[in-house]
Design a protein around this ligand. Structure first.
Ligand SMILES: Cc1cc2nc3c(=O)[nH]c(=O)nc-3n(C[C@H](O)[C@H](O)[C@H](O)COP(=O)(O)OP(=O)(O)OC[C@H]3O[C@@H](n4cnc5c(N)ncnc54)[C@H](O)[C@@H]3O)c2cc1C
Length: 535
């Protein structure tokens, strides 16, 4: 029963002829699908893993205007990213939230604190002053308002605003996939593109269902390659030659117990001179990141990465007990796919522009998306639709708005209904926010169904796994609407449980079995075993 949405879509992938097949369900693929489907284009999307199982579940979760690019004088890029950030914030008020970046500058740093502060004022101006203004913070004031910071080497600091994704990146991405399904996109996870040929003006993609091992053909007029770090690999397979290619920079984050209960990002410059963040992640803190040039996108966290992050955190903070590897609750690792024209290395690696490029092969009706950022995702969606239109594919509803949370009126109605049934009084004491806020942010209009369920049976509002911020009725909803194939899809990506609860505690949680039963019915035991064996 639980796999029916995926099964139905697998059948349709075989049967139908599509205008566009999108390969890759990270942020770039997800926004392409949402943008095209809402405009009435017949779209299919496949990902060889779960949706957002690649880079898009391993970012820093920031939607930011790129303050650091001011140092390399890339004002146009900063302007563009600030605009994108503001646009996201406006249309996702409960998801993309303003947060203060509390920045410490050490003595001997390449700029005086006041100069960095002036930079943040320029940044604020470029950002159209939509957020709280920056402020200068003296070394003394730093110590006073955030005693956890080691101020022995601080010469001063500043506080400025940017945005972060309140839930996490993978959830944000999934909501675009979910949106595309509402408009008729046929999407399936765990389906890999293993070959593609173009005959008689049509693409025939050989797809493999990774779960059953079966192969079948998907027919489409155009193909959008949104494989992130694997864009070049897919192009090689499809015989596509491009001007752009990817270079890779590996980035690691570690999650530890909460460092400070002030809801702000602590910002430093690490020993390598790069920005270093301590970012709130629900009830925990996410620390990172590293930036290492690598040749291949298949990466894992090494002891060297862990030690770099832990030793920097220990040096920059004034902790009662130094952080060690035992304190790590969860780890995130991914490569930034950096768009680069031509082949070969670059002289200035760190300053390589982090812009996206969409390359089009008009004759073959084939698009490749290089680079990109979560922050810039709405532009990517719009540009892909524009380029698909120019290829001669009909766009029935060109002006349809395809993104954003439902409007104020629906939100007010939801909040009123929630209020009248005293929903928030059912919030577990360990939760970081009232149930009504969380339901609305995660599910939008579908959250009305949760109210219905809780009216029927109040126990549906109970947490299934301690401190997980996930109630029974949300898991029921996920089973129907979120195409969860493996337990990890739910625990690591639709939710962020695996990022904020230690794996051994998840495995011990009495609610885990029940969650698995709700999600997988008869296959619950098998999926549970698979998850436990994953290490
Ligand atoms: C450490 C780090 C921190 C970052 N921080 C931020 C940040 O704070 N803010 C921000 O805006 N950006 C940030 N980024 C950048 C951003 O996360 C990435 O640019 C973005 O997620 C890339 O998305 P994508 O869709 O291109 O790739 P992916 O998310 O990797 O998606 C590609 C998908 O294609 C699938 N795929 C590959 N090959 C095939 C195939 N043959 N068949 C089917 N499917 C296939 C993969 O399974 C994968 O799911 C960060 C990146 C890193 C690494």
């Amino acid at each position: 029963m639980t796999m029916s949405l995926r099964q139905t879509n697998l059948d349709k992938l075989r049967e139908l002829q599509f205008d566009v097949l999108i390969v890759g369900g990270g942020i770039n693929g997800a926004v392409s699908a949402a943008s095209l489907a809402a405009r009435g284009v017949r779209v299919a999307l496949i990902d060889r893993g779960d949706f957002s199982s690649g880079v898009s579940s391993n970012s820093s979760n920031l939607a930011w205007g790129g303050i650091k690019y001011l140092e390399s004088h890339e004002y146009l890029l900063v302007n563009k990213l600030c605009k994108s950030r503001n646009h996201l914030m406006k249309h996702y008020p409960s998801t993309v939230k303003e947060i203060r970046f509390f920045t410490t500058i050490a003595r001997g740093f390449r700029f005086w604190p006041f100069f960095v502060f002036l930079g943040s004022v320029v940044y604020w101006l470029i950002g159209r002053c939509v957020m709280k203004a920056p402020r200068y913070v003296s070394a003394r004031a730093l110590e006073k308002s955030e005693p956890v910071i080691n101020t022995s080497r601080a010469s001063g600091g500043l506080e400025y605003s940017d945005c972060y994704l309140y839930d996490n990146d993978a959830r944000f991405v999934f909501n675009f996939i979910r949106g595309s399904l509402n408009y008729g996109c046929i999407a399936a996870n765990y389906v890999e593109s293993i070959a593609a040929i173009r005959t008689d003006g049509n693409w025939r993609t050989t797809a493999r269902d990774v779960i059953s091992g079966e192969s079948f053909t998907i027919r489409s007029t155009a193909v959008v390659n949104a494989c992130g770090p694997y864009v070049d690999a897919l192009n090689n397979m499809a015989g596509q030659h491009t001007q752009y290619h990817h270079l890779f920079s590996k980035g690691v984050h570690l999650i530890v117990d909460q460092i400070t209960d002030n809801l702000r990002v602590l910002t430093f410059f690490a020993s390598d001179g790069r920005l270093f963040f301590l970012i709130p992640m629900g009830p925990k803190t996410c620390i990172g990141t590293t930036d290492t040039q690598v040749d291949t996108p298949a990466v894992s966290v090494t002891d060297e990465d862990r030690d770099f992050i832990l030793s920097n955190a220990n040096a920059l903070l004034d902790l009662d007990k130094r952080l060690t590897r035992e304190d790590i609750i969860a780890e995130r690792v991914g490569v930034r796919p950096l768009a680069r024209k031509g082949r070969g290395g670059v002289a200035d690696w760190v300053e390589l522009s982090r812009k996206h490029e969409i390359e089009v092969n008009e004759e073959d009706q084939y698009l490749s998306i290089f680079g990109g950022k979560l922050t810039d995702c709405l532009n990517v969606g719009n540009e892909v639709a524009d380029k698909i239109f120019r290829l001669g594919i009909a766009i029935p509803y060109p002006d349809k708005k395809w993104y954003g949370e439902p409007g104020e009126e629906l939100r007010d109605e939801f909040m009123l209904q929630a209020h009248l049934m005293h929903l928030d009084s059912l919030t577990d004491a360990s939760s970081s926010e009232p149930l009504s806020e969380r339901f609305w942010r995660r599910y939008g209009a579908a959250a009305f169904g949760l109210l219905e369920r809780i009216r029927e049976d109040e126990s549906c509002a109970e947490l299934l796994i301690e401190t997980s911020e996930y109630t029974r009725c949300e898991i029921e909803l996920a089973a129907r609407r979120e195409m969860i194939v493996k337990l990890e899809d739910f625990i690591r990506r639709r939710s962020k449980i695996e990022l904020v609860v230690r794996k051994e505690d998840i495995l011990k949680a009495p609610g885990l079995r029940e969650a698995s039963e709700i999600l997988f019915g008869e296959q619950a035991e098998e999926r549970l075993r698979e998850y436990m064996e994953q290490g």
